[in-house]
Design a protein around this ligand. Sequence first.
Ligand code: NAD
Length: 276
Amino acid sequence: MTDAAGTASAVLETAARITVLTGAGISTDSGIPDFRGPGGVWTKNPRAERLSTIEAYLGDPDVRRQAWQGRLRHSAWTARPNPAHLALVALERAGRLRCIATQNIDGLHQAAGNAPDLVLELHGTLHRVVCMACGDRTPMPAALDRVRAGEADPPCRRCGGILKSATISFGQPLEESVLRAAADAVVDADAVLVIGSSLSVHPAAGLVGIAADAAVPVIIVNAEPTPYDPRSVAVIREPIGDAVPRLVDAALSRSGRQPATARRRDPCRGGGVTSK
Ligand code: NAD
């Protein structure tokens, strides 16, 4: 075992409440490419980044048509949770998961079996559609059926406005209540486990700094260096599919230092849990 892996295991073994921050790297083993890893969508095609800005989406019908075609073909529709996702379900079942704050839009934590109220989707979800004019939210499959039937850029059925996946594009603010709940969850944890993020997208990446400022130990599992490595107690540069199940096994080999509170299952939002 490396020094970093030993430190990480020791921290997690005694942590009663673990908050997990995930990024695209946890889903690459499920067949969904990340953005900035070696096989990432933007590493291979830097122009694709433009499709993810709200300005381009709202201002250019061609960008919207391309975005709908991308949604039709998205790998999330066939992806299945992998062993790292399943390890986080084991953590929840053992009463040791405070919350998962994910930057992912793929819904794989919920598909794996994590309770939806313990998953904070910082960047929204691909599984819903939102009208940019009236705010109406509808399921994605119905919109994709319209695209398949020939509507290249389907308008809102209620008001005629521009429809978009309910994800946060660059230039759009995050939902404040979700971000606040995530900030609460990192300071209210005994450890923060970061999995598969380049930690280059803010404000999500800033959650790591918030945890470190509150003296909550941070463990990072990521193949490549991140700007927050110096603020962590351990950086594990191994494949997520190996490292995460092993770390969770280590965490579950001991009961955490406050079993009574640890086994209380609180939602990440509501129930007074997130108000400090
Ligand atoms: P990112 O692409 O910036 O970084 C992913 C990191 O994960 C990289 O540093 C890469 O080296 C590492 N990584 C990938 N696979 C790994 C593996 N098997 N083992 C170890 N490390 C691995 O992703 P990000 O930090 O999440 O930020 C990108 C943005 O893209 C987010 O806002 C997210 O919403 C979005 N995104 C989401 C998905 C998804 O939902 N699955 C996919 C792509 C992008």
